[in-house]
Structure formats: C-alpha cells, structure tokens
Design a protein. Structure first.
Length: 490
C-alpha cells in the first residue's frame, strides 16, 4: 500500500510508503508543522517491525524539509515540532533551517540559549518511552541547532548513511551543538555509515555522552566517517560521566578527530569492542574499561592512550602506544550502502602525494558501469568527478588533497526496453511483417548482448514466427481471428 502526496490526509497504515513530491516543505505534509515559526503540532504514526511506514521522496525528486523533523519529543519547550512515531523510516530527504544561516552565535553560555533559533535539522527524539524502531536513512542534514539526536527513551533507533554538517553555534563559553547527540539505555542503538563534519571548537561529530544520570550503553558505531570543519577537532566520543557498557566501535574513519571509548569523567566503565578503526592526525583513548576487546585499529600520526581500571591519579596512569607514520601507498575505503545499491562512500588517503589513485570499487560499481563522485557537503551540486569502472571494476580517481571523502552515485543498469510496433490488420494467407525494436541503456559498457524474443499471448489459433529471436521478423497464423503478440527485450 502506498500514497503519493503534496499534503497528505487520511489514515496511514503499517507498510505504507508516503512519497513526497519535489519541493521545499515548511509545513508538514502529514498535517503537522515542522517549522517553529509556525507553531507546533504532533502527528502520530505507527508501523510495525515487519511493516514499517516509510517517508521518502518520489523517485527522482529532491525534497527539502525546512525546519527538520522531530520524531517525538514531549518537552515543554514551545518550539518543538513533533512526528510521534514507531517503526517509521525517514529517508533521502534534505533537512535544514532557513533561520540557521551559518555562522551563528549566541551571547549566552550553555546549551539552551534563548537568543537564537532552535531548529533541529535531522530531528530530536526522546522523552517518550513509546518511541521505537525508527530509522533515519541517507538524509542530508545541515544548518541547524542540532543534527541527528536520539535520547534514552527512543529504543532500537538506527541512523544510517546520513550526511551531517554545519551544526551548532558559538557562545562565550565554547561552541555548542553536535552532528550526533545521543544517549541510550536498555535496547541497542545504531549509528552507521554516516559522514560527519563538526563546525566549532566544542562541537563534536559524535557525542554519545551523558552525565552521571544518563546512560551510554548498547551502541553500535560502525563505518562512520568524521572530519573537523575547521581548525578544531570534533571528536568521536562514546562515554560519559557515569558507567557505560556494551559499546561497539567498528570500522570508523576519523580524520583529525580523536576517538574516545569511555570518557574522562567516569572512573570505571564496562566492556567495549573497538576494532578496525582508522584514526589519522589524532588519538584513540581507552578510558578505564573493565573489559576491552580491540584489534586491527590503526592510528597514523597519533597515539593510543590506555587508562586502566582500577584508576590511579587522574591522567597519571596512562599507557601510551605510538601509532604509525604515514604509509608509502594510498589507503582506500569503499563503503557500499546497505539500503541503496546505487550509492556508497569512498575515502582515500593519498599518502604518497599521488595526484590520482586507482580504486577497486569492490562490488559498489559493477564493471563497465558509470558513476559520479559528489562532495558530501555539496551533495546536490555539480559532481566532483564522473567516470566508468573498467572490466575489473577499477577506476582512477583524482586526489587533490591528502584526505578525500566522496559520496559515490552509481548509474543503474536498467533492463532493455521493447516496442512491438503498431497494431495490424491482414488478410490470410498473408503474413504479418513485425517491425519491433529492442534497446538498452548501455550499462554496463560495453553493454551485454541485448536480445529479442517474440511470443504469443492470445489468439484463435497458433502463430509461427520466422525468427522469434529477431525484433524485425514475420508471423503466420493458422486461422482467422484476433491475436496478441509480445516482444520481450532481454
């Protein structure tokens, strides 16, 4: 069941896909208000684990949500707009706020100033224990008070494949606002395959953090890519003021940002799995973990700091392991997108100052298929590079700087199209001259063989084709009547 809409009315049922037409929406197409300039309204929407509700653009459409979407927040703060949802997938949208033109600053210290707008680009969720099973997938989130937040009360949340940047503001004490700000309790929570870029000193790419009263448990942080937005690191932090446990940091790529497994305000933490991470020009810090599984972590131009448990004097009991110097050959990461086979992420460290690097796309871009590389922070702009994978799935990619991060958009290989030609009337025993045509989109290049196949759908008798594998052929009929013939391209 699905419904395409500009402004939706009527009941949304589990399993529905709500397609949004191209355009910029300042008010919610579901009847709620997404922009704080126009007030707040709650929209309730519930799918199920086996039949989630999906909100996405109509195929090929660019949809922008001015003010963002909050997935549920029963705060007393008057500006909060709300989409109270369970098992709802929000995907492929651009979310930002026109009131949040960067740079933006407040004259007030602290996280809740009253002299600047408070629009969340990707939405804030929490304070309601009924929220569960929601996903935000492949969205572009920028220019907002906060990025993609999820608090303890929202369970089983997944943030996947999102691009988040230009979040936060400056204040007299420091910068505030993070690409991801999250806390979690009993159920698992996943942030994976996101591209994160912080904005100010004090703002972080990943802030999975809580005071002694908040929990930071049961996270899976996988294959996220982070970089500073300026001269200030935007660290990747999973830890807090209290005990944190059962967290997994796997395959993340940090350029210029430190990775924290546990944090300095906690005297002890539980178990962490930290493996396959790649950190450049900064450190990995393990903070007083009672159980640590680590393997295959790489630190380039940095160190690994291990603060053991039980603790000694603050900062005095650290074991430091020197990382490696830059490799002589490029380091390449190709990260396919599990929700969209036509896109993925590519990261290249060109270490040897090569102006270009040969990339094995490892199944992301099939052999002979064209693709384009987008600047993640200008996703809807002009491609940085266009190319075609060779017969072995490789392509040479320009690398103008040391660190290069791209979104890869793969051209789809569409099936051949067939045209059987115009309807005909003939007199027996004459034959029918069939002038069909079969064409292909040329993907992959060189294209595979495109063939034709004629068949009989219906008719009073039997049909014989002179060559059923030729688009242009003839047909004879055993008895008078009306016949329907089909031409397939394959």
């Amino acid at each position: 069941m699905a419904s395409a809409f500009m402004g939706h009315s009527g009941q949304v049922m589990p399993g529905d896909t709500i397609y949004m037409m191209a355009g910029t929406y300042r008010s919610a197409p579901l009847g709620g208000i997404f922009d704080p300039m126009y007030g707040s309204q709650t929209v309730v929407m519930s799918g199920t684990a086996n039949a989630p509700i999906t909100i996405r653009p109509y195929p090929g459409a660019h949809v922008r949500i001015d003010g963002g979407i909050d997935r549920g927040y029963n705060s007393t703060v008057s500006w909060v707009p709300c989409l109270e949802c369970n098992y709802v997938i929000i995907r492929d949208l651009e979310m930002w706020s026109t009131e949040w033109a960067q740079p933006i600053s407040s004259s007030q210290s602290g996280p809740w100033p009253t002299d600047i707008p408070s629009s969340h680009g990707g939405g804030c969720a929490g304070r309601q224990s009924t929220l569960g099973g929601n996903k935000v997938i492949n969205c572009v989130i920028h220019n907002a008070f906060g990025g993609l937040d999820s608090w303890m009360e929202e369970t089983n949340f997944e943030g996947y494949g999102n691009i988040i940047y230009k979040i936060g503001w400056t204040a007299p004490d420091r910068g505030h606002g993070h690409c991801v700000y999250t806390q979690n309790g009993s159920a698992s929570k996943i942030y994976s395959n996101n591209i994160l870029k912080n904005q100010y000193d004090g703002t972080l790419c990943m802030q999975a953090y809580g005071s002694g009263q908040a929990t930071i448990d049961h996270y899976r942080m996988e294959q996220n890519i982070s970089q500073p937005g300026g001269n200030f690191a935007g660290d990747f932090l999973v830890g807090g003021g209290g005990y944190s446990d059962d967290n997994h940091l796997i395959g993340n790529i940090n350029y210029g940002n430190a990775m924290w497994a546990g944090y300095v305000f906690s005297t002890s933490n539980g178990t962490y799995e930290v493996r396959d991470n790649y950190v450049v020009n900064n450190n990995i810090n393990f903070w007083r973990l009672t159980g640590l599984t680590q393997s295959n972590n790489t630190v380039v131009n940095g160190v690994t700091n291990l603060y053991p448990y039980p603790p000694g004097p603050p900062w005095a009991d650290v074991t430091v392991t020197q990382g490696i110097t830059p490799p002589s050959q490029p380091t390449v990461f190709v990260l396919p997108n599990k929700y969209d086979s036509t896109r993925g992420h590519l990261v290249i460290f060109r270490w040897n100052t090569a102006s270009s690097v040969l990339v094995d796309f490892k199944g992301l871009v099939p052999a002979g298929t064209s693709f384009k590389l987008m600047n993640p922070f200008d996703f809807y702009g002009t491609p940085v590079f266009t190319g075609t994978a060779d017969a072995s799935g490789h392509a040479t990619i320009p690398t103008p700087v040391l660190y290069n991060a791209f979104v890869v958009l793969v051209r789809q290989n569409l099936p051949p199209t067939a045209n059987a030609g115009a309807d005909q009337s003939i007199m027996l025993p004459c034959t029918a001259a069939l002038s069909g045509a079969v064409s292909d989109d040329g993907q992959p290049a060189p294209p595979a063989t495109c063939s034709a196949a004629w068949s009989q759908v219906s008719g009073a008798g039997a049909v014989s084709f002179a060559n059923p594998a030729a688009a242009a052929t003839t047909a004879t009929f055993s008895t008078p009547g009306t016949y329907v013939l089909r031409l397939n391209g394959q």
